[in-house]
Design a protein around this ligand. Structure first.
Ligand SMILES: [Mg+2]
Length: 116
């Protein structure tokens, strides 16, 4: 099972600044049964407000520097993936055993090993 963690600012279309990942990617991933959540520098309550405002249900809301906690919380996952736009995204993702993708280098649909 895939666990998908997303940075917000500079990564998602609802971020500040906006990034290139559309909310429909979140909906699609959840439809496929993936575990999906946001891992941002924003405080949790701010992230929760954002998702409420956009009618998005998330499986988790956390912080990128605590991706180890996300990993521990979902032991049923078999792949852990984080998408972000900053060096901290890459550092913490790799430190905690996540596959990391830069927001501007997300694989094409159907690419070998990708989740869609
Ligand atoms: Mg960011």
């Amino acid at each position: 099972m895939v666990l998908l963690s997303l940075d917000i600012d500079g990564t998602l279309e609802v971020g500040d600044p906006p990034g290139s990942i559309p909310l429909r990617l979140i909906h699609r991933a959840r439809e496929l049964g993936y575990i999906v959540g946001s891992s941002s520098d924003r405080v949790v309550s701010d992230q929760e407000r954002l998702w409420q405002r956009h009618g998005v249900l998330m499986d988790f809301v956390g912080h990128k520097h605590k991706l180890d906690e996300v990993r521990a919380r979902f032991p049923q996952a078999t792949r852990w993936i984080h998408i972000g736009d900053g060096n901290a995204d890459e550092v913490y993702a790799l430190r905690y055993g996540f596959e990391f993708h830069w927001v501007h280098e997300v694989p094409e649909e159907g690419a070998p090993g990708w989740i869609f």
